[in-house]
Design a protein around this ligand. Structure first.
Ligand code: KIV
Length: 271
C-alpha cells in the first residue's frame, strides 16, 4: 500500500488540528497544475498550496510581486480539477489584502472561483482584523510570518528573520495575535529553528515551517525544489528528493515519508 492509498478521507482544518494534538507531522507541498496536483495528492500530501511562488516557477518572474488574482484563480482551478483529498490552500497575491474589504472580497473570490479550502496571507498582527473578518465569513486562513516574499524590497532581500531577540519576541506576539484572531494555521518561512519551536509551543494552532527547523508541526516546500529542477541556486532549506528516486511520484512520496518520520529537515536545512 502506498502513502496515497492509506488515506481515504479529505483533509480538513480539523484533521490538521488533530495532527498537531497527536504529534503527527503535517506534509505540505506546492502545486500549480492538474498533473502535479494529482501526483502530489497520490503521495498522501496533507496540504497542497497554490503558492504565489508561481510567479517564479510558472511565469519566470524574479519575485512574486507581479502575480495577480486572475493568475491565482487560474492555477487554483487547475489544481482543484484533480479533486485532491489534500486540503487546498491558495495564496492571496501582493496587495490583494491591503484593506480588510480587499481581503474579504479577494478571499471570497479564491474560495468561490478557485475552489480554495483555505487562503494564505502574508503579514503580522496588522492582518489580525482581516483574519478575524475572514474567519467570521467562514474562510479558513493561514497566516504567513517570518520571511514574507511579497515584502522582499522592504525586508532588503530574502533573509532569515527573527535572529534578534526583539524581532523574535515580535514574531511570537504576531503569531499569538493572528491565532487569537482566528487563523487556522501559521506558516513560518526562514526563521531560526529555536524561534520556530517556541512559536509552535506557544500557539494552539498547527505551525508549518519552511526553513524553520524540525520542531514545527509540519513542513512545506516548493515542488520544483523537491524535484531538483529549480533553475540556478536552490535554497539551503530545500532538498532534491529526485536525486534518490526513480520517478517523480517516488520523489514526492519520499518527501512525504521524510517529513512524517522526522528525517526532513535536518540541521543542514535549518538556521
Ligand atoms: O508561495 C509559496 O510557494 C509559499 C511557500 C514558499 C510557503 O508561500
Amino acid at each position: 500500500m502506498d502513502a496515497g492509498e492509506s488515506r481515504k478521507r479529505a483533509v480538513t482544518v480539523a484533521t490538521l488540528a488533530k495532527m498537531k494534538a497527536s504529534g503527527a507531522k503535517i506534509a505540505c507541498l506546492t502545486a500549480y497544475d492538474f498533473t502535479f496536483a494529482t501526483v502530489t495528492d497520490a503521495a498522501g500530501m496533507d496540504v497542497i498550496l497554490v503558492g504565489d511562488s508561481l510567479g517564479m516557477t510558472m511565469q519566470g518572474c524574479d519575485t512574486t510581486l507581479p502575480v495577480t488574482m486572475e493568475d491565482m484563480i487560474y492555477h487554483a482551478r487547475c489544481v482543484a480539477a484533480a479533486r485532491p483529498a489534500a486540503l487546498l490552500m491558495v495564496d492571496m497575491p501582493f496587495m490583494s489584502h491591503a484593506t480588510v474589504e480587499d481581503a474579504l472580497r479577494n478571499g471570497a473570490r479564491l474560495m468561490k472561483e478557485g475552489s480554495a479550502q483555505m487562503i494564505k496571507l502574508e503579514g503580522g498582527r496588522g492582518q489580525a482584523e482581516a483574519v478575524s473578518r475572514l474567519n467570521g465569513a467562514g474562510i479558513p486562513v493561514c497566516a504567513h510570518l517570518g520571511l514574507q516574499p511579497q515584502s522582499v524590497h522592504k525586508m532588503g532581500g530574502y533573509r532569515v528573520q527573527g535572529r534578534e531577540t526583539s524581532e523574535a519576541d515580535t514574531m511570537v506576539a504576531d503569531a499569538r495575535a493572528l491565532a487569537d484572531a482566528g487563523a487556522d494555521i501559521i506558516l513560518l518561512e526562514c526563521v531560526p529553528a529555536v524561534l520556530a519551536a517556541r512559536v509552535t509551543r506557544e500557539v494552539a494552532v498547527p505551525v508549518i515551517g519552511i526553513g524553520a527547523g524540525a520542531d514545527t508541526d509540519g513542513q512545506i516546500l516548493v515542488l520544483q525544489d523537491v524535484l531538483g529542477i529549480t533553475p540556478g541556486r536552490t535554497p539551503r532549506f530545500s532538498h532534491d528528493f529526485m536525486a534518490e528516486a526513480d520517478t517523480i511520484q517516488g520523489a514526492v512520496e519520499a518527501y512525504v515519508a521524510a517529513v512524517r518520520e522526522g528525517r526532513f529537515p535536518s540541521a543542514q536545512h535549518s538556521f
